[in-house]
Ligand binder design. Structure first.
Ligand SMILES: Nc1ncnc2c1ncn2[C@@H]1O[C@H](COP(=O)(O)OP(=O)(O)O)[C@@H](O)[C@H]1O
Ligand SMILES: Nc1ccn([C@H]2C[C@H](O)[C@@H](COP(=O)(O)OP(=O)(O)O)O2)c(=O)n1
Length: 252
C-alpha cells in the first residue's frame, strides 16, 4: 500500500454551483482541511457594515482587511470564522452581506490581502493533512499550483433553485426571482475581477446541473484520485456512485 499523500484541491465556479457543499464533503472524505475563501470576503464585508465603514471607500475597506483579526477554523465538518475574537456564522450569510459583498470582492487591495491570508492557510495545510479550498479565482490566482483544480458549474436555473431552497426554503418561481440578485447580479459584478466561467488550462470542468450532491462529490473525488491515487487516507471510502451521469458531467 503506497503512503497516503495529502493534496491541495482548488474548486472554482459561480454562485450556487455547489462549491461549498461539495468541497466540504470532498475534504472530509480526504481527511483534509477545508478553506472557504468566500467567507474571508464576507467577514470583511460584515465587519465594515457593522462599523459603518463605507464600502465605496476603497482605501478604508482595504485598511480594514489588513487590520482585521480573522481566524479561520478549517475542520470540514464544522468550519468556523472568528472576527476580532467573535464567532460569526449566520451573520456572514445574511442577504445584507450577500448583496453588499461584491463591493468588497472587487476591491483589488482587499483581494491582495485576503489572497495572502488564504495562501498562509494552504501553506500550513500542505505539510499536514492537505486542503480543499474553494472560491472564485482559487484555481487561477490563489493556488494555480494546486494538485487538482476543478471548475464546478451548473446552469442558471439549477443555481437559482438551489440558492432559493437554501435561503427561502422553497424553489418556487417567486423565491427564484427573489434570489436572482444574489446569484446572477453578484456573479456579473464579481466577474469583472475574476474569471470563473471558463476553465483555465489544466482545470477540469464538472457540470453538476443534472447531478445529486453525492454524485457531484464522487465525481470530484474520482478526479482527485485519478491525479493522485494516494490521496485517499487509509480506511477512507472510495467514490462509489460515479455512475455514467457523474462521469459524463466531467468534461474530457
Ligand atoms: N449536484 C449538486 N452539487 C452541489 N450542490 C448541490 C447539488 N444539488 C443540490 N445542491 C445543493 O445546492 C446548494 C449549493 O450551495 P453552495 O454549496 O453554497 O454553492 P456555492 O458555494 O457554489 O455558492 C447546497 O444547498 C447543495 O446541497
Ligand atoms: N476567492 C474568492 C471567493 C469569493 N469571492 C467573492 C464572490 C462573492 O461575491 C463573495 C462571497 O463568496 P461566496 O463563495 O461566499 O459566495 P457564494 O457561495 O457564491 O454565494 O466573495 C471572490 O471574489 N473570490
Amino acid at each position: 500500500m503506497p503512503a497516503h499523500r495529502p493534496v491541495v484541491v482548488a474548486v472554482d465556479g459561480p454562485s450556487g454551483s455547489g462549491k461549498s457543499s461539495v468541497s466540504r464533503a470532498v475534504a472530509a472524505r480526504l481527511g483534509a482541511e477545508y478553506l472557504d475563501t468566500g467567507a474571508t470576503f464576507r467577514a470583511v464585508c460584515w465587519w465594515c457594515l457593522e462599523n459603518d465603514v463605507d464600502l465605496e471607500d476603497r482605501p478604508a475597506v482595504a485598511e480594514a482587511a489588513r487590520q482585521l483579526d480573522l481566524e479561520l477554523g478549517t475542520d470540514p465538518t464544522g468550519p468556523t470564522v472568528r472576527v476580532q475574537g467573535r464567532l460569526v456564522a449566520e451573520e456572514l450569510r445574511t442577504s445584507r452581506v450577500s448583496s453588499a459583498v461584491s463591493a468588497v470582492a472587487t476591491n483589488l487591495d482587499v483581494r491582495a490581502e485576503l489572497r495572502r491570508r488564504q495562501r498562509e492557510v494552504v501553506d500550513a495545510a500542505r505539510g499536514g493533512r492537505g486542503v480543499v479550498l474553494e472560491g472564485r479565482d482559487t484555481t487561477t490566482v490563489v493556488t494555480p499550483d494546486a494538485d487538482v483544480r476543478v471548475l464546478l458549474v451548473a446552469d442558471e436555473d439549477a443555481r437559482l433553485r438551489r440558492r432559493a431552497r437554501d435561503v427561502h426554503g422553497t424553489d418556487d418561481a417567486a423565491a427564484r426571482e427573489r434570489t436572482r440578485d444574489e446569484v446572477v447580479r453578484r456573479d456579473r459584478d464579481d466577474s469583472t475581477v475574476s474569471e470563473f466561467s471558463v476553465a483555465a488550462d489544466g482545470v477540469v470542468t464538472v457540470d453538476s446541473s443534472a447531478l445529486t450532491l453525492e454524485e457531484t462529490v464522487d465525481a470530484v473525488l474520482a478526479l482527485v484520485l485519478r491525479a493522485v491515487p494516494e490521496a485517499l487516507p487509509p480506511g477512507a471510502e472510495p467514490p462509489t456512485s460515479v455512475a455514467d451521469r457523474a462521469a459524463q458531467a466531467v468534461a474530457p
